[in-house]
Design a protein around this ligand. Structure first.
Ligand SMILES: [Fe+2]
Length: 136
């Protein structure tokens, strides 16, 4: 699905918001390419720069939380979501390697749901916690 940027996606911390916008733009361009007719073997290559950017992004959030001295006990669920995302993506990488014809579309729909849910959920909470410490 095409993701239209929504005001509730903004978490109020510029560096994070800019990366979220970039991630959504990248997902939208991938969405235009991924369809049932695409070769699974071609997909992982297309996703290479997205995966690398997503990883850089997770590390930025994890670094900001440390820099601003946020309470780690309030971040456990957040980091657990990052970790389960990494696991799911490793699963998709294997499925694509095995040429599973359903994998490209399944992965696209997973990514859509995961990013929208994650940004509107734990990322917004992170934005509030960072905001309380003066980040913007
Ligand atoms: Fe996050």
């Amino acid at each position: 699905m095409w993701i239209e940027w929504q005001p509730q996606f903004d978490i109020g911390v510029t560096r994070v918001d800019e990366q979220h916008r970039q991630l959504v733009a990248m997902l939208n361009s991938l969405y235009q390419i991924i369809g049932p007719e695409i070769e699974p073997s071609a997909v992982w290559q297309l996703f290479g720069s997205f995966n690398r950017y997503a990883d850089t992004h997770f590390r930025l959030e994890e670094r900001l939380a440390k820099e601003y001295g946020l309470d780690p006990s309030k971040l456990q669920q957040h980091w657990a979501e990052h970790e389960s995302y990494r696991l799911r993506m490793r699963g998709f990488a294997r499925a694509l390697e095995n040429n599973d014809p359903h994998a490209p579309v399944q992965m696209m729909s997973f990514l859509y749901n995961w990013w929208v849910g994650h940004i509107c959920g734990v990322d917004r909470a992170l934005g509030r916690q960072l905001g309380e410490k003066g980040a913007h």
